[in-house]
Design a protein around this ligand. Structure first.
Ligand SMILES: *Cc1c(COP(=O)(O)O)cnc(C)c1O
Length: 827
């Protein structure tokens, strides 16, 4: 690489407010092509985005060049989802010029513009469902901040996660046309184009030495085109890359029809193949095996592997050393087709012998498991695979045969075990178990919280753990404190920095130094003021969007996450109804505002009914003169990253109440505690570790443990015992059954009642009800002692150092990827 001498010097745009102001005007005129007189807020947003991004580009290029020159080991994070949210404020903050940008934008106020409304023009990049996709986004931030050569690879969905509207209390889905006005953060790379094959058939032939080889022929081809997105680290020269693939019709494919003179058919075909990257599947955790979904998976895996091998080949390193230069992390089983795909490339295209190829593959890949629930483990029907990816099916069979040979050698005479471990589930008409494929094809498999990893070893993957006792490791999830504290909660961030300096932003363990400040009256007062202001901001948003008046002095009790039976929003509703009944009966409790947010999968009927129930309960409770102002219920529509950034800093109480043993980790729990909310939760996922860090006296734990849950199931759990023996619970459930909250349609919530009774209450809500209600009473008690509450809230913030995604990424780097962070100075 040499620098062409003839080029004139670059502008090197700087970060001072004057330069930024000048660039804003220049970009508006020369890039957006608008006269300031007629420019809209959106024009100014696009101008501002251009100004921000041109201040990241040189660092981005330098970072990429340094990885090449230093021949750094690359980490490829393969994920079907990246839930990035907005990029504008995050980019300004990460390049440490937020104040300068704010000042420059404020100067536009003289033209009648509001800087806040400019940043709110930006649509969320909502290329994910929830926790899994947001984890990928936090990891990219941490890898860039720490100086790890990490690349995100995924799909550039034209339509991301749907927008949730609420009409008559019910969820309605609106398409998320996020690219409608163009995306200022993406760089299309039309020359970075790879062919991806589907369908066709496999032929074999012998080479000149008589060795048998396989070739995949007569395929239908789609092209994958790259779009790049700069990922700036915080206060560092490192700007990493996220590369998302968009499907483009292959030219060859069109020609076939053009030659027959069938122009319309050719265009239809083009549309068909471009449908591949059209839409994100909005199903969280439960997998529905649709052909398009399998094609999306192979599409982005194939393009990503071609791209990384192309980059690898440039270094001239022999393929056998691939694992020294490349680590690939599989975010859930969604990209696990990468295992047979890399085998196919090495064997069919590089003519490598099987065992040599297998050694390379297994040393390259690692797999992150995200769920223990059997119905959420991905499987694909063999006939579908055979049609869409015929060569991969052959390779999977070969992997399985060799693997089972090994298993039989270790455990002779145990055919039940062989069947359990096989990559093929023979029980339900032959399906491929993608988790088994990922485990066998990886050198490390990780869970995402200590309890989750323990249960992986003891339950779903116990057989694999016995065979390979060193393969399963724990990597407790984390969140980036840059977005989830510094950006979302600037007032708290500033308060912390005033007392600790700004080192905590890259070393979150420093938050421990807040502990002695719990006895500093000035600090406590300031902390309370920050929370009160954040609550007032949320109250204003609720008033404006929903016309519900909530009291910022009331206890803000928050449950925000995807709507799922296992997450037990219904248990929260049972508490709300119980509290309502108690207040109506003359009971006393501190004023509470119960806030819900979350999307239901469009086909998940019970989840949608739960949303409707929350809204119906809200209608009755909020308008009952007997309880007015002591209990309010609010469902905030369209929970996404940008709404999370407003809700989380305003929360007093964080509801993390999944049935123990079902939530792999959770990350919402971490974001809320980091912002000074106290947790009410079960001993599930990362709640267990949060309790260890903040101390058991500073968290509200209730309910059965995971082991007790397992015992309940084993003993034949019946919800009726609880129904029969707890009058308050019975009253609550009967109100649902009898239509108290749906007087115009009395049977509306019978399915909810039935689920919790006749159908067996699979998630044990009734078993945990009494313990939950009692725990909520203690929460109410504590809220009446503001000083004691505040002390605990501060100790929660102080204890969150462990839950920085920097800690998580450091662990992956050391024990899975074998890479070292490299610090780069900014500027
Ligand atoms: C953090 C986050 C989640 C995950 O929340 P959990 O409570 O861990 O399920 C989901 N959606 C969004 C928008 C988030 O920011």
């Amino acid at each position: 690489m040499k620098k062409p001498a003839a080029l004139p010097e670059l502008d090197h745009p700087t970060l001072d407010a004057a330069s930024i102001r000048r660039s804003l005007h220049n970009r508006l005129v020369y890039t957006i092509g608008k006269d300031p007189i007629t420019a809209t807020d959106r024009d100014w947003f696009h101008a501002a985005a251009a100004v921000v991004r041109e201040r990241m580009i040189e660092r981005w290029m330098e970072t990429m060049r340094s990885y090449y020159v230093e021949d750094r080991k690359r980490v490829y994070y393969l994920s079907m989802e990246f839930l990035m949210g907005r990029a504008m404020t995050n980019s300004m903050l990460n390049i440490c010029a937020e104040k300068e940008f704010r000042d420059a934008l404020a100067a536009l106020g003289e033209m009648g513009l509001k800087p806040e409304s400019i940043s709110e023009i930006e649509p969320d990049a909502a290329l994910g469902n929830g926790g899994l996709g947001r984890l990928a986004a936090c990891f990219l931030d941490s890898m860039a901040t720490m100086g790890i050569a990490g690349y995100g690879y995924g799909i550039r969905y034209e339509y991301g996660m749907f927008h949730q509207g609420i009409e008559n209390g019910q969820q309605v889905e609106h398409p998320d046309n996020w690219l409608r006005y163009g995306n200022p953060w993406e760089f299309p790379r039309p020359e970075v184009l790879y062919q991806v094959k589907f369908h066709g058939r496999v032929v074999d032939f012998a080479d000149e030495h008589g060795h048998k080889h396989y070739q995949w022929v007569d395929s239908d081809d789609v092209m994958a085109m790259a779009y790049d997105y700069p990922i700036p680290g915080y206060d560092t020269g490192t700007v990493n890359n996220m590369r998302l693939w968009a499907a483009k019709a292959s030219r060859d494919f069109d020609l076939k029809y053009f030659n027959e003179g069938n122009y319309i058919a050719a265009v239809e075909d083009k549309n068909d193949s471009e449908n591949l990257s059209k839409v994100l599947y909005p199903d969280d955790t439960t997998e529905m095996g649709r052909e398009l979904r399998l094609k999306q998976q192979y599409f982005f895996v194939s393009a990503s592997l071609q791209d990384m091998l192309y980059r690898f080949a440039k270094s001239g390193t022999p393929l056998d050393n691939l694992p020294d230069k490349v680590a690939v992390q599989l975010n859930d089983t969604h990209p696990s087709i990468a295992v047979p795909e890399l085998m196919r490339i090495l064997i069919d295209e590089h003519r490598m012998e099987w065992t040599r190829a297998w050694g390379i593959v297994t040393r390259t890949f690692a797999y992150t498991n995200h769920t223990l629930m059997p119905e959420a483990l991905e499987t694909w029907p063999v006939p579908l695979f055979e049609r869409v990816l015929p060569r991969h099916l052959q390779i999977i069979y070969e992997i399985n045969q060799r693997f089972l040979r090994d298993v039989m050698h270790h455990y002779p005479g145990d055919p039940a075990l062989w069947q359990r471990m096989s990559l093929i589930d023979e029980a339900k008409g032959k399906r491929i178990r993608m988790a088994h494929l990922a485990i066998v094809g990886s050198h490390k498999v990780n869970g995402v919280a200590a309890i989750h990893t323990r249960l992986m070893k003891e339950t779903i993957f116990a057989d694999f753990h016995r065979l390979w006792p060193d393969k399963i490791v724990n990597m407790t999830n984390g969140v980036t404190p840059r977005r989830w504290l510094n950006q979302a909660n600037p007032a708290l961030s500033k308060l912390i920095t005033t007392h600790l300096g700004k080192g905590w932003l890259k070393d979150l363990d420093q938050l421990r130094q807040l502990t002695p400040l719990t006895v500093d009256a000035g600090f406590c007062e300031a902390f309370v003021r920050v929370k009160r202001d954040n609550k007032a901001r949320l109250a204003a948003m609720i008033q404006q969007r929903l016309a519900i008046r909530v009291d910022p002095a009331s206890l803000f009790d928050v449950q925000i996450k995807r709507i799922h039976e296992y997450k037990r929003q219904l248990l929260n509703v049972l508490h709300v109804i119980t509290l309502y009944n108690r207040l109506r009966a003359g009971g006393d409790a501190p004023p509470r505002t119960v806030i819900f947010g979350g999307k239901a999968a469009p086909g998940y009927r019970l989840a949608k009914l739960i949303i409707r129930l929350i809204n119906d309960v809200a209608d009755i409770v909020n308008n009952d003169p007997l309880v007015r102002d002591r209990l309010k219920v609010v469902f905030i529509p369209n929970y996404d990253v940008s709404n999370a950034e407003i809700i989380i800093p305003a929360a007093d109480l964080s509801e993390q109440i999944s049935t123990a043993g079902t939530e792999a980790s959770g990350t919402g729990n971490m974001k809320l505690a980091l912002n000074g909310a106290l947790t009410i939760g079960t001993l599930d996922g990362a709640n267990v570790e949060i309790r260890n860090e903040v101390g058991p006296e500073n968290i509200f734990i209730f309910g059965l443990t995971a082991d007790e849950v397992a015992q309940q199931y084993a003993a034949g759990y019946s919800p009726w015992v609880h129904y029969d023996n707890n009058a308050e619970l019975r009253q609550t459930l009967d109100m649902l059954r009898d239509g108290f909250f749906s007087p115009e349609d009395r049977d509306r919530y019978k399915p909810v009642f039935d689920q919790l009774t006749y159908h067996g209450d699979h998630y044990l809500l009734l078993a945990d009800y009494a313990s939950y209600i009692a725990c909520q009473e203690q929460v109410g008690q504590l809220y009446r002692d503001p000083a004691a509450w505040t002390r605990k809230a501060i100790l929660n913030v102080a204890g969150m150092g462990q839950f920085s995604s920097d800690r998580t990424i450091g662990q992956y780097a050391k024990t899975i990827w074998n890479v070292e962070p490299v610090a780069r100075t900014a500027g």
